[in-house]
Design a protein around this ligand. Structure first.
Ligand SMILES: [Mn+2]
Length: 233
């Protein structure tokens, strides 16, 4: 039976509506999983049922994580906050972590996971960490924007067998203080953490770039989805 992956929903503030980018769903489907978009419910009975159904969870990209969650006041560079996403995702993450359900975080996902585990973020790289690296590329988003170096002997290195990779990049925030319990797996040339994992869990990986926009043309990003789904078999 295919593993079922709960996909954290995207939220469109203007339309007041859940939405989804096909790459997240298709990337999981192509790796052999059945993705399902989760509802915005934090009722205990709903969550208990969700955790019976789902073998793993994908934390998607999107709005900025509220700086209040890491005890900071928002600076001017902060974009749209989505409180209902923060609440849902922190709750799902805590339960998934406690139950050792496989977790993959992408973009906002790496940031949310770092904050949920006690880390902090650069609220806006442009204001707080200026560099020449193009972390916020212009379209098209399925071509590489910068290189990352991959730490040796980490799970990402073991999975890909390479110590650098070209990645796309659509973020204006990033990990500042890495949460205790997470280890960095990849860095951009300006020193930003671009991938993390938990050594204490079966599969808890997160990346700052967008495999869902690259997996169908880049074998390395396909391998990330494959490794996530394989961990649930
Ligand atoms: Mn980047």
């Amino acid at each position: 039976m295919k593993p079922t992956v709960g996909v954290l929903p995207l939220w469109d503030e203007d339309k007041n509506s859940i939405w989804m980018l096909p790459g997240y769903m298709d990337g999981l489907l192509s790796a052999g999983a059945l993705p399902v978009i989760l509802p915005f419910s934090t009722e205990n009975s709903d969550l208990e049922r969700i955790f019976e159904i789902c073998d793993g969870f994908l934390f998607t990209g999107g709005q900025d994580v509220s700086p209040a969650l890491y005890n900071e006041i928002s600076i001017d560079g902060i974009n749209c906050i989505c409180e209902k996403r923060d609440i849902l995702e922190i709750e799902i993450f805590r339960r998934a972590f406690a139950l050792d359900k496989p977790i993959l975080g992408i973009c906002r996902g790496i940031q949310l996971i770092n904050v949920a585990m006690g880390g902090t973020l650069y609220q806006d790289l442009h204001l707080q960490y200026p560099s020449d690296i193009m972390h916020r590329q212009s379209p098209p988003y399925d071509i590489p924007s910068h290189t990352v170096t991959i730490e040796e002997r980490c799970p990402l290195f073991n999975c890909l067998g390479i110590n650098s990779a070209d990645v796309n990049s659509s973020h204006h925030q990033a990990i500042k203080n890495l949460a205790p319990g997470l280890k960095a797996m990849a860095f951009s040339a300006d020193g930003i953490i671009e991938a993390v994992y938990s050594p204490d869990r079966t599969f808890l990986w997160a990346v700052q770039w967008h495999p869902e926009r690259l997996y169908n043309k880049d074998e390395n990003n396909k391998k990330i989805f494959n490794a996530f789904v394989r961990s649930m078999l």
